[in-house]
Design a protein around this ligand. Structure first.
Ligand SMILES: *[C@@H]1O[C@H](CO)[C@@H](O)[C@H](O)[C@H]1NC(C)=O
Ligand SMILES: *[C@@H]1O[C@H](CO)[C@@H](O)[C@H](O)[C@H]1NC(C)=O
Ligand SMILES: *[C@@H]1O[C@H](CO)[C@@H](O)[C@H](O)[C@H]1NC(C)=O
Ligand SMILES: *[C@@H]1O[C@H](CO)[C@@H](O)[C@H](O)[C@H]1NC(C)=O
Ligand SMILES: *[C@@H]1O[C@H](CO)[C@@H](O)[C@H](O)[C@H]1NC(C)=O
Ligand SMILES: *[C@@H]1O[C@H](CO)[C@@H](O)[C@H](O)[C@H]1NC(C)=O
Ligand SMILES: *[C@@H]1O[C@H](CO)[C@@H](O)[C@H](O)[C@H]1NC(C)=O
Length: 228
């Protein structure tokens, strides 16, 4: 039988064993496209050329509240100093992104370690669409994958068509209606309905979050597959 004086020590050991369970989150980015991509990520850069079937992983720096985005750039060319351009998803010409992408880009969003120990994740088409993507939680919890697998570039209304993808109506027309600039008076438009009809799990306009935010207990990892 354990002597009572050992209990505090045991408790300490138990706590030390439990602490590593709260861990940083790893994102595995897979290029399942038939062409190279250049992943972009805020705030984790993404400074590399990713050939088909290759992976890139990054791990967040923190186990407290953190936010970020992930997307793919296409048809890039960079010089030896890491400056260049991409057909879609460009981040101000930098190989290792320090800003969010220009339109069009399918963007994965995450907020980790939120209230109640929850991770929130989703796909947004608010910046348009360049590539299909799937986000799959890979932790112990049983959480849903979110996917946008349709090739919206193919079906894009001609007025939104753009090199490398399909722009959002906000980017093309820049009106308050399409950009949801007036708080409290934002509703779906024919363009957001087009995005929603092909990718029902993705966010199609700024106030569309309730149908497109997925939740998972914090502590798991994620796989992000382009061209699933
Ligand atoms: C993560 O931490 C490393 C090492 O401290 C640092 O170099 C890097 O800039 C940090 N990255 C972000 C996105 O905070
Ligand atoms: C890109 O920038 C991030 C954040 O500053 C840094 O942690 C990372 O090492 C950089 N990656 C490359 C390939 O330079
Ligand atoms: C990429 O990651 C997947 C999933 O973990 C793995 O099955 C595959 O072998 C990895 N591919 C490479 C080239 O490392
Ligand atoms: C972009 O890259 C793809 C795949 O490599 C290629 O088929 C396509 O012609 C390129 N598009 C442009 C405009 O360069
Ligand atoms: C995981 O969730 C799905 C969908 O809610 C459900 O069908 C399945 O039975 C669950 N699996 C486990 C192991 O809980
Ligand atoms: C999507 O459609 C565009 C336009 O038809 C095409 O160029 C592109 O290769 C397609 N992408 C995929 C992943 O099928
Ligand atoms: C990769 O793409 C192929 C079709 O090109 C598909 O059959 C496969 O399921 C995809 N893999 C993943 C992990 O999404």
């Amino acid at each position: 039988m354990a002597s009572p004086s050992l209990l505090p020590l045991r408790l300490l050991l138990l706590l030390l064993l439990l602490l590593p369970l709260s861990q940083a989150t790893t994102f595995l980015i897979t290029n399942n496209c038939s062409h190279p991509i250049w992943p972009g990520s805020m705030p984790y850069g993404g400074g590399l050329h990713l050939p088909p079937s290759q992976n890139w992983t990054f791990t967040t720096n923190t186990t407290s509240s953190t936010f970020g985005t992930i997307w793919a750039r296409t048809n890039c060319s960079f010089d030896s100093s890491g400056t260049g351009t991409c057909l879609s998803g460009d981040c101000s010409g930098a190989l290792n992104c320090t800003s969010n992408p220009s339109s069009p880009a399918t963007v994965v969003e995450y907020s980790l370690y939120q209230w109640g120990n929850n991770d929130f994740y989703g796909i947004t088409l608010v910046n348009g669409f360049n590539l299909p993507v799937a986000v799959t939680p890979t932790g112990p919890a049983n959480c849903s994958a979110v996917t946008c697998t349709d090739n919206l570039t193919q079906e894009c209304p001609s007025e939104l068509k753009s090199a490398g993808g399909c722009k959002s109506a906000c980017d093309v027309f820049k009106t308050d209606e399409y950009c949801c600039n007036k708080v409290g008076s934002c509703s779906p438009t024919k363009y957001s309905r087009f995005f929603k009809s092909l990718c029902p799990n993705a966010c199609s306009y700024p106030m569309d979050d309730p149908t497109s935010t997925f939740t998972c207990t914090s502590g798991g990892d994620f796989t992000v597959t382009f061209c699933p």
